[in-house]
Design a protein around this ligand. Structure first.
Ligand code: ADP
Ligand code: BMX
Length: 282
């Protein structure tokens, strides 16, 4: 059967559920992630959103923030979402939804979605989500990399030459932007910081510029690593108005041969659900 897949994208900020068929979203619904609730509650929330679609799908794809290996889900950065180590989420979801489940990391799934149906245009690529955290996925030789234990693409967990400062995502993600705003005396989220920056607030413009400069440095390093035809940028922050152009501007001084070709995720926030649906059908 090549009918619809129930596709679920569990991120650190939002849960998105959809019926996806052949790269098209037929139905979708989303709720904010209840960050302290835990895997059972997150699965209940997904089942609740999917309840109206009973009988319309024969398999399930679940894209999650965190490391996935052999059906087990763990947090790499509990600050992004606190998942208990080696949560048997694939088995839990199969028991709850009574369908075969494919479980994968959210950014790896989004990379596959953009490769198949988005800005990746069927070519090799790196996908970088700038969202609650910073995630990534790598398609090379036409295959999605997952690695020895599901770590492939986890750019936000790299530490560069300053490991004592923690993972890169703690210095440039949506959560970092909100923390920087609080430290500047403004209690708001990344969306609020971008809004303040558009309104000309200096403190906000500084935070956005710093995040863009750090994202550009990460993209330049990723280019050096595997020299992909393009780096596709997604995520709530990555797709925020003007942010991609800020990253491009920060890369402008690089020689053309070293400068990443950046594209916005054509599937937008739907890259993860479309990608996991493709993986569930693979
Ligand atoms: P998730 O991390 O759950 O996958 P998103 O990709 O939407 O969800 O990323 C959430 C992060 O993006 C949050 O920090 C949120 O404040 C930020 N964000 C979402 N939309 C915007 C926007 N339009 N402008 C700036 N930041 C945004
Ligand atoms: C973190 C890590 C990645 C994830 C990335 C983006 C956790 C819980 N998640 O680096 O697996 O892909 O965040 O996650 O360790 P998102 O919620 O921002 O999409």
């Amino acid at each position: 059967m090549n009918g619809p897949v129930l596709a679920i994208d569990q991120g650190g900020t939002k849960l998105l559920c959809a019926l996806v068929e052949e790269g098209h979203v037929l139905e979708q619904a989303a709720v904010p992630t209840d960050r302290d609730a835990g895997p059972e509650a997150w699965l209940d929330a997904a089942a609740g959103l999917a309840a109206p679609w009973q009988g319309r799908y024969d398999r399930v794809g679940i894209a999650v923030t965190g490391r996935v290996s052999d059906g087990l889900w763990s947090a790499l950065n509990p600050g992004t979402l606190a998942i208990p180590a080696e949560t048997p989420y694939a088995a839990m979801a199969e028991a709850r939804l009574r369908r075969p489940v494919t479980l994968a990391n959210d950014a790896q799934a989004a990379a596959w979605g953009e490769h198949l149906h988005g800005a990746g245009a069927g070519q090799d690529m790196i996908y970088l989500t700038i969202s609650t955290g910073i995630g990534g996925g790598i398609v090379t030789g036409g295959r999605l990399l997952s690695g020895r234990g599901g770590l492939a693409g986890h750019a936000g967990q790299m530490r560069g030459l300053t490991p004592e400062k923690g993972p890169l995502e703690d210095r440039m993600s949506g959560r970092w932007i909100a923390r920087a705003a609080r430290e500047a005396g403004h209690d708001t989220d990344a969306r609020g910081v971008f809004s303040a920056a558009r309104a000309g607030e200096g403190w906000a413009k500084e935070i956005v510029s710093t995040a863009a400069a750090r994202a550009a440095a990460l993209c330049a390093d990723l280019q050096m690593l595997i020299d992909p035809p393009r780096i596709v940028i997604g995520g709530g922050v990555g797709l925020a108005p003007g942010f991609l152009d800020r990253i491009r501007a920060a890369l402008g001084s690089l020689p053309a041969a070293l400068r990443p070709e950046l594209r916005a995720a054509k599937l937008g926030g739907g890259a993860g659900i479309i990608g996991i649906a493709g993986l569930a059908r693979a």
